[in-house]
Design a protein around this ligand. Structure first.
Ligand code: HAX
Length: 437
């Protein structure tokens, strides 16, 4: 057993034991009351999940195992002193709950580079069977499902594995899957946008740097951006659509490929991960309609108000939990202000940030008028030359794997049972609250 898996085992079993004991001793205690409004408004605020990898505070933003993003940027191992943290390190932190050493991070980089060599050929062939015009998320998800033919978990389950061992093949599948996602993402990118001219992976590179390389970007700047992007999108506690769906499907003991593909179908919705693409198409129309990529604030305000009048949302703004500017937006803006302050798209993002919150506040109904992660991520990628925005949600998905798949390993460690909440009819709710129509 390698030292990462060994450390996971040492950390995991006492926690699993503690959870079991707590439920035995305190299982009947009431932890929350639930209102009708909460159920009908998408279960917002209902405590329903145990997720250790990260926690989202409405006012402060995300913390990964207790560490804020600025703390991650200073504490996690990097390639160079002024570089961005390596996503391998964040994965270790989310999986084990401890900050990794340089040795741990190097080990994971090498392990993933090794595992990425063994992608079944049919995963590429099913992508090739789809029209190039199929959205990259369709191609991505199809390949993820196709790779499940190699699932260690499914095989071990069919062989009659003992329940207490579920976490082990789950860990192996998760490591395989994460290692292979950048190869699949880059393959789709090159297929759709670069005439199918593929670039071989370079096993000496880190996971995110390799993805930039395979996509055709050799500069250290793009690799640095990719590392930041992969860290920022990795996790957002357990209740968001991609995390919750991956977890839910996993409770049926579906293998990691099935579970993650389900989560990715949720990420592909325009209110979730596809918002990064929606933002770019909103900006593209804005620039076309106004006739300049440096519109005035009044022009931006008029355009935003027109969007609302048409009964549409302003993509990149608002959040189900956050009640302030998303720190993932602020970190990307800091990065842009440091390295590419004069890029026209970044100036546009800054001006929109000054105008749109006021427009949304004026509606009187938007609970959070501030920008989220998607308000800037595409403009940043585009300013660095990755301009083909239909690929953006795939990049988000590669990153999101780090968090939701670490949690999936923990679900098996904790022995999480089948998730099965209760539903009722409209009449039941009417009776319950004493409503007569
Ligand atoms: N533009 C216009 N209207 C908005 C809005 C926005 N950006 N954000 C919220 N609203 C509206 C809602 O549509 C809702 O209207 P109705 O009552 O008419 O249905 C009302 O304001 C109240 O919504 P809310 O409680 O503030 O927001 P929700 O928790 O229901 O939804 C969303 C949160 C993120 C889905 C929402 O803010 C939105 O649609 N934003 C734009 C899409 C987006 O950027 N999504 C990415 C979110 C981050 C993420 O998951 N990334 O992956």
């Amino acid at each position: 057993m390698d030292h990462i898996k060994q450390r996971l085992k040492e950390v995991a079993f006492p926690r699993a034991e503690s959870l079991k004991k707590m439920v035995q001793e305190h299982g009947t205690k009431v932890i929350q009351e639930v209102t009708l409004e909460q159920v009908i408004s998408g279960m917002k605020g209902i405590v329903a999940l145990l997720t250790d990898t990260s926690k989202l505070d409405p006012a402060e933003g995300i913390r990964f195992r207790g560490y804020s993003i600025p703390e991650l940027r200073s504490h996690l191992p990097k390639i160079s002193k002024d570089g961005e943290p390596l996503p391998e390190g964040l994965f270790y932190l989310m999986l084990i709950g401890e900050l990794p050493s340089q040795k741990d991070v190097d080990y994971i980089s090498q392990d993933w580079a090794r595992r990425a060599q063994n992608i079944p050929e049919h995963a590429f062939r099913v992508i090739d069977a789809l029209p190039k015009s199929a959205h990259p998320m369709i191609q991505f998800n199809t390949a993820i499902l196709a790779m499940s033919t190699q699932s260690h978990f499914r095989k071990a389950y069919m062989d009659g594995m003992d329940k207490k061992d579920y976490w082990d093949p789950m860990y192996e599948g998760v490591m395989d899957l994460i290692s292979r996602l950048p190869v699949i993402a880059a393959y789709i990118y090159r297929r759709v946008f670069h005439d199918g001219k593929q670039i071989e992976m370079d096993p000496s590179l880190d996971w995110a740097g390799n993805m930039a390389h395979m996509m055709g970007f050799e500069s250290e700047e793009v690799k640095r951006l990719m590392r930041l992007y992969m860290v920022l999108h990795a996790d957002h506690e357990g209740g968001n659509v991609s995390a919750h769906t991956t977890h839910l499907v996993g409770t049926a003991l579906s293998n990691p490929y099935y579970s993650f593909a389900a989560g990715m179908n949720g990420l592909a919705g325009p209110l979730h991960g596809m918002a990064n693409q929606e933002v770019m198409s909103w900006l593209e129309h804005l620039i076309k309609e106004i006739g300049t990529d440096r519109p005035s604030k009044t022009q931006i305000r008029d355009y935003a108000e027109e969007t609302l009048k048409q009964g549409r949302v302003i993509p990149g703004y608002g959040h189900a939990v956050l009640r302030k500017t998303d720190p993932r937006f602020s970190e990307q803006l800091d990065f842009a202000n440091k390295y590419i302050p004069d890029a026209p798209l970044i100036e546009l993002v800054r001006n929109i940030y000054e105008v749109v919150p006021e427009v949304l506040r004026a509606t009187g109904k938007v609970k959070n008028p501030w920008p989220n992660v998607d308000a800037i991520s595409g403009s940043l990628l585009s300013s660095y030359g990755i301009k083909e925005y239909p690929i953006y949600t795939v990049l988000f998905g590669v990153s999101r794997a780090l968090g939701v798949l670490s949690s999936l390993v923990w679900d098996r460690i904790y022995g999480m049972p089948l998730e099965r909440p209760t539903s009722h009819t409209l009449e039941w709710f009417q009776d319950k609250v004493g409503f007569k129509s």
